[in-house]
Design a protein around this ligand. Sequence first.
Ligand SMILES: [Zn+2]
Length: 277
Amino acid sequence: MNPSPATLTPILHDVFRQVVENLPDGIGTRLKPGRQVTRHGTRSTVLLSGIWDRHLPTCVVDPRYFKYEHVHDPEHFYSGGTDWYLQFYLNPNRIYQNPGELIGRLRPALEAVRIPGFEWHCAPNWIGVIHRFNLPFHPQRLTDYLVPRYTRLVRTIHPILIPILDAFQRDGSAAERAAVIAGRQPARVRNVMPGPRSAELSRSVSKRMRQQVLSAYAHRCARCRRTPEAAGSPLDLDHAKPVCRGGLTQVENLQPLCRDCHVWKGLRILRFAPQAP
Ligand SMILES: [Zn+2]
């Protein structure tokens, strides 16, 4: 008999409880499971359950595409030939801020992971570490099978994720974050005061503004003061207060950073004042 969301949900909650018991506190307390097993939006026989990190910066990453996931896929749409799979996965297209930076740090770390039975998976919209398996459905057997493997997966992957996730900071309500992601001003703010102009809400910087910022900083990195030639990379214009945290595209909120300093700064709010070279 095939499982349904109703039969799988309590099993997965039980698995989650046991996995967390086996994890160090610093990892277990960060994790939260989905409330219930759900059907895939377009493939209704595919059943999904997920585990997330509470520190996942949802203004940066779409949480539906950055998680641990256990999947029942009886028609083998995604599994590559097995009825079940267990994975950590992310979709690089669903990272909304500095995806190059996040993927640049995560990808090589994930690719280097070695867990018996798991393999590295890499496609443009799906990278991760996956274990595929077949198992006739039986609640206790599924639990016994999943707990050690899920534990090993999280125990291995999470120490890689923690410093990266914590380099990002989240703030604002879900509605504010959604509005920022959509490039709009949050509705309740729009109603009470005249908001910033749309150019200020957009991430893109005009040529004129770019020149203005670069010359204020003498065409050097605002942090390390190197020229692009010395840094070996062009200067990026960084939002001192990131757009996803409500920062605006204004000269006062922009600063040139070399690639190294840009990666180092991440999504923190940090402003380096212009200075004579
Ligand atoms: Zn620099």
